[in-house]
Design a protein around this ligand. Sequence first.
Ligand code: FE2
Length: 400
Amino acid sequence: MIHRHQLGKVPAKPHTAFYEDGKLLMEQCVTREGFEGPFSVLYFRTPPTDETRVESVKAPGFCPVETTAEQPLHRRHIRTQDISPGGDFVSSRKTLLVNEDVHIGVCKIDQAPANFFSNGDGDECWFAYDRGGVVESVYGVLPFRKYDYVIIPKATPYRLRADGDRGTFLVFEGRSYIDLPKQWRNASGQITMYAPYSHRDFRAPESLLAYDADRDGRGPYPLLIKHSDQLTSHIFEHFPYDVVGWDGFVYPVAFNILDYQPRTSTIHLPPTTHLTFAGRNFVICSFVPRKVDYYKNAIPCPYGHSSPDCDEILYYVEGNFTSRKGIECESVSLHPAGVPHGPHPGTYERSIGTQETKELAVMCDTVKPLILTDCADSIEDKEYHFSWVRRENEAMEGSK
Ligand SMILES: [Fe+2]
């Protein structure tokens, strides 16, 4: 996705005999978009196809996703801070908002990973809210840190180990891809000088995932595969991630939101200026601490907004969010197409003359409407839609 990367040994040419200790290795080509997209070529000591059993598995709140039939058109506040940790990087996932292009949820881990997992429905983008850890995948070991985005390509077998086996994450599942926006690349695929990041900001797996008898035991080794929102467990008798080497463009990458280079103007720029990643019919944007608008009498706080063609969500990470009251860290707001939204009473006026903002948040705009899951419904602040009603004291405060 970012640039060609290689770990371990590969032969001089693909699709040629490649041996280790006299044994022929099995080449596996991971090709996106048929054979038209990016690809990687891996060399396995044991073929990755010899699972001996397949079983159905359920992970409530994630697979399957459950949504209620009736969903009135409301601005929403989903209090993910009210979700308790419980499980590993698969079993603790809670999907909150869905459409046919993206699923958005949180994951609150309090256990070590039980199994490897592979998402056959799309690329994943993890945002590490409160701590780092490591992604161990067929492409090797990728350490990540607090506030990293970690992009994991579709159908990558991996496990995510949070530091101390605890951590909170925002998770996007793109259907089917999440990539750098085309406008941040030149015709050669290089990230342009106009982009808000450079190739140097993206980190790739550092070392291969060697089999470790103490850590990995003697098997069997279940791999949970998600496809069409169903989970199946594929049982391997050998450690199935024993790779001699690989090269290519498909592999997990990490990028820290604080390495994002924000834009500021004389007057307020639209939020999609802070574009970071893009999928089909949705974008992910990063709000990071920055200087704010500096024209005389500029209003740094976002204006009232009607966006008839997009749903907008924000995940609040740190700092005081300029336009919101009653929102806390880990809150998710959803402002759907069809009803206007805007700054809460008092916040618009108070922003005049401010020089900077300390806010840190992740935004996602979708073209198609997002539907709440039962889990999101159970933690929703039902009063949020009416929290714009201006009360007497707030009107006075705002007029100062
Ligand atoms: Fe908006």
